[in-house]
Design a protein around this ligand. Structure first.
Ligand SMILES: NC(=O)NC(NC(N)=O)C(=O)[O-]
Length: 381
């Protein structure tokens, strides 16, 4: 059953118990049923910025599958119609039909599907199926399956009979115009996910939260890596402020392209305090060089930055970089005199202000590489 603390009980038997009311004018989100799911703290493995894509769907008559992974909330314009019908911001299939006049309804097993390549392989902890604006045309039930196929398989290879898909969410009723969250258990590492609508319908957005499980052989072959990159298994833990944009974006791949692509906090008015963000490395690593980028943060970049690290959950924090003046909209590079062996780092911004990206260049220690290899193997790779 969906996680639905904030929502009324879903009815498995009454097919209209989960309906949204028809759009009545005004703010289309006014009656949207949001959810509060603990796993949304974790990285979205289906983020386009990590390389995810919706690589195939059996039907996208009304609206294209690619919309599923758009970052922004789905938009609804009641006036917009196209050649095929209402323009919907999501993935929407046509209405399924039965076999003949005596059997106008689709068969119980009929469904539509879309296949998502995860941005990077990982353990899935929860899925959000957002049916925003799909009020009379959301699926009656959804299901989710996952598979692990290495390399770069295309749709035909993934649809072959010998590919085993494991059910993460069995066919389950969902609400229209709502965030439908599903917790996922099991610690397997997956590369692809299949989302099914039973029997048909529309879904606005799909989020697949979990933990990146990097390939130790790949990291070893590279030698020097960015030890904090999401793609290498770096994780955001906590921050002093998430007012404007997420501190987790500091460790995204690629450069920031606009102000809200990085971390921007609010103006700090309490003197003798500062903003900070804490990250965890995939395992113990030795950092040799640091990049701090304030790209697109011009009147609101951090004035100074400092970096501390610790080795282990209970290790003492020690200084990696002393408090250092930053320029707005600038990439700063620091070569460390001695390498810093850490599992966690804390970036301090003084007194407040944004940081777009941070990179920690170095290598996993022998113990770190062994730990990562063990986790990789345990997750079924
Ligand atoms: N008003 C609609 O959205 N109708 C249909 N969908 C689109 N996109 O036109 C349908 O049948 O679900």
């Amino acid at each position: 059953m969906p996680t639905d603390e904030n929502q009324t009980e879903l009815s498995p038997s009454d097919p209209h118990a989960n309906d949204a009311a028809p759009y009545g004018g005004g703010d289309p989100y006014a009656d949207y049923r949001a959810g509060d799911f603990p796993f949304t703290e974790l990285v979205d493995l289906a983020d386009r910025r990590l390389g995810a894509g919706v690589i195939a769907a059996n039907d996208e008559f009304f609206a294209e599958r690619e919309n599923l992974l758009i970052r922004e909330p789905a938009v609804f314009d009641p006036e917009r119609f196209g050649h095929k019908g209402k323009i919907m911001d999501g993935w929407e299939t046509r209405r399924r039909r039965g076999t003949d006049a005596e059997h106008p309804f689709p068969a119980p097993e009929d469904h539509d599907w879309a296949i998502v390549r995860l941005g990077t392989p990982g353990i899935i902890r929860g899925v959000v199926v957002d049916t925003a604006h799909f009020r009379g045309n959301y699926p009656q039930r959804v299901s989710v399956q996952a598979t692990a196929v290495e390399g770069a398989p295309g749709p035909a290879e993934l649809l072959a009979d010998d590919v085993k898909w494991e059910e993460l969410v069995p066919p389950t009723p969902v609400r229209g115009h709502a965030a439908n969250g599903f917790e996922v258990t099991g610690g397997r590492r997956w590369t692809h996910l299949r989302i099914c609508q039973h029997p048909d319908g529309g879904i606005a957005r799909l989020r697949v939260h979990g933990e990146v499980v990097p390939d130790p052989a790949w990291l070893a072959a590279l030698g020097t890596i960015d030890l904090i990159s999401i793609l290498n298994g770096g994780m955001y833990e906590d921050a002093s402020d998430r007012f404007y944009s997420s501190p987790a974006q500091i460790i995204l791949p690629g450069t920031s392209r606009k102000m809200d692509d990085g971390w921007e906090n609010r103006r700090r008015r309490v003197r003798d305090t500062n903003d900070w963000v804490r990250f965890r490395l995939p395992a113990q690593g030795a950092v040799r060089a640091v990049e701090i980028d304030t790209a697109y943060l011009k009147g609101n970049a951090a004035g100074w930055a400092g970096l501390h690290g610790r080795d282990g959950d209970t290790g003492e924090w020690f200084e990696i970089l002393p408090r250092t003046r930053l320029q707005p909209d600038t990439l700063h590079r620091f070569v460390l005199d001695t390498e810093a062996v850490v599992t966690h780092v804390r970036l301090d911004a003084y007194p407040d202000g944004g940081v777009a990206r941070m990179r920690l260049h170095g290598s996993l220690t022998e113990a770190g590489a062994a730990e990562l290899a063990r986790r990789h193997q345990e997750s079924g790779a």
